[in-house]
Design a protein around this ligand. Structure first.
Ligand code: GUN
Length: 296
C-alpha cells in the first residue's frame, strides 16, 4: 500500500509558519488583507471561496469579500478591481474562476495589479515564473511542489508527467518543475486531451501529476510500480448516500493505483488544502513586500 501524502497535515505546518509571519507583521502594524471576488453562483466556486475566506480570517488576516451577481458586466468587475488595486488594506486580490461568459477572463486577470496578484495569473507573473524570477506562483502547482518536497520526493532528475495543460495547473506545474532551482530540476512531459497513446507516457513517470478533471481517469495499468502520484482532480460524482447528493473523487482510481504507487494524495485532503494555504502564503508575501516598499 502506498504512503498517503496528507495535504491537511502539510497545510497545517505551513499555516503555523504563516502565523508567525502574521504576528511579526502585526507588531509593525501590518495586517495582511485578501480580497476574494466571486461572480455568480456556481456551487463549487461558492464552496472554494467560503473556505478561502474562512481560513484567511482564522489566520488573523483581513478578508474583504465581494460577491457579484452572475449578470454582472465586465465594466462593473473591472471598476471593482480598480478600487481594490487602490485599497491599501488589500494586499492580495483573487477573482475566482471561471467567470460568466459575458466577462473576458484575460482582461480581468490583466487588470489586477501584479503586486497584488496572489493567484499568479497576471502575464507579468506568468513571465517571471517562466524566466525564474521571483513573483507569485499559482497556488495549486506551488502547493503540489510543497507536498513533494515536504514528503521527501525531490523532483530533481526525475521524470514528472503532468496530465492537463490548463493555465491554472498543468502549464504552470510544468514551468515550475523544469526550473533550474531547488524543488525543481525535473524532466517534464505534459500530456493532454490530444496526446496519442497517453499511457505510454504515464507508465514512464517517476512522479505523475494529474489535473485532467476526469473522474478516475488514471487506472492501475497506466502507472508503474513505485510511482509518486499527485491527484489534482476534484470531480463531483453522484452519491445518494451523501446529504449533498454527491461526493468528490480525483482523476486517479485511488483504490487500484494506491496498491502500486509508492505514495499518493487522497481526494479530498490532498492538494485542496495546499491550494488554500499557498494563497495565504502569497498574501502574506504581498503584505511583506508592500510594507518593505513603504519603509524604503
Ligand atoms: N478556480 C479553480 N482554481 C482556482 C484558483 O486557484 N484561483 C482562482 N482564482 N480560481 C480558481
Amino acid at each position: 500500500m502506498a504512503k498517503i501524502i496528507d495535504g491537511n497535515k502539510v497545510a497545517g505546518e505551513i499555516r503555523a509558519e504563516i502565523s508567525e509571519e502574521v504576528k511579526a507583521l502585526a507588531k509593525r502594524g501590518v495586517v495582511p488583507g485578501l480580497a476574494v471576488v466571486l461572480v455568480g453562483d456556481d456551487p463549487a466556486s461558492q464552496v472554494y471561496v467560503r473556505m478561502k475566506r474562512k481560513e484567511c480570517m482564522e489566520m488573523g488576516m483581513l478578508s474583504v469579500d465581494h460577491t457579484l451577481p452572475k449578470t454582472c458586466t465586465e465594466k462593473k468587475l473591472l471598476a471593482l478591481i480598480d478600487e481594490l488595486n487602490a485599497d491599501a488594506r488589500v494586499h492580495g486580490i483573487l477573482v475566482q474562476l471561471p467567470l460568466p461568459k459575458q466577462i473576458n477572463e484575460g482582461k480581468v486577470l490583466n487588470a489586477i495589479s501584479p503586486a497584488k496578484d496572489v493567484d499568479g495569473f497576471h502575464p507579468i507573473n506568468v513571465g517571471k515564473m517562466l524566466s525564474g524570477e521571483p513573483g507569485f506562483l499559482p497556488c495549486t502547482p506551488a502547493g503540489c511542489q510543497q507536498l513533494l518536497m515536504r514528503y521527501g520526493y525531490d523532483p530533481a532528475g526525475k521524470h514528472v508527467v503532468v496530465l492537463g495543460r490548463s493555465n491554472i495547473v498543468g502549464k504552470p506545474m510544468a514551468a515550475i518543475l523544469m526550473q533550474k532551482a531547488p524543488g525543481a530540476n525535473a524532466t517534464v512531459t505534459v500530456c493532454h486531451s490530444r496526446t496519442r497513446n497517453l499511457a505510454k507516457y504515464t507508465r514512464e513517470a517517476d512522479i505523475l501529476i494529474s489535473a485532467m478533471g476526469v473522474a478516475k481517469f488514471v487506472k492501475a495499468s497506466m502507472v508503474r510500480k513505485g510511482v509518486v502520484v499527485i491527484d489534482v482532480g476534484t470531480n463531483r460524482v453522484e452519491d445518494a448516500t451523501k446529504k449533498s447528493g454527491y461526493r468528490l473523487v480525483g482523476d486517479v482510481d485511488f483504490d487500484a493505483v494506491s496498491k502500486k504507487a509508492k505514495a499518493i494524495t487522497p481526494v479530498p485532503g490532498g492538494v485542496g488544502p495546499m491550494t488554500r494555504v499557498m494563497l495565504l502564503k502569497n498574501t502574506v508575501e504581498a503584505a511583506k513586500r508592500a510594507a518593505g516598499a513603504k519603509k524604503r
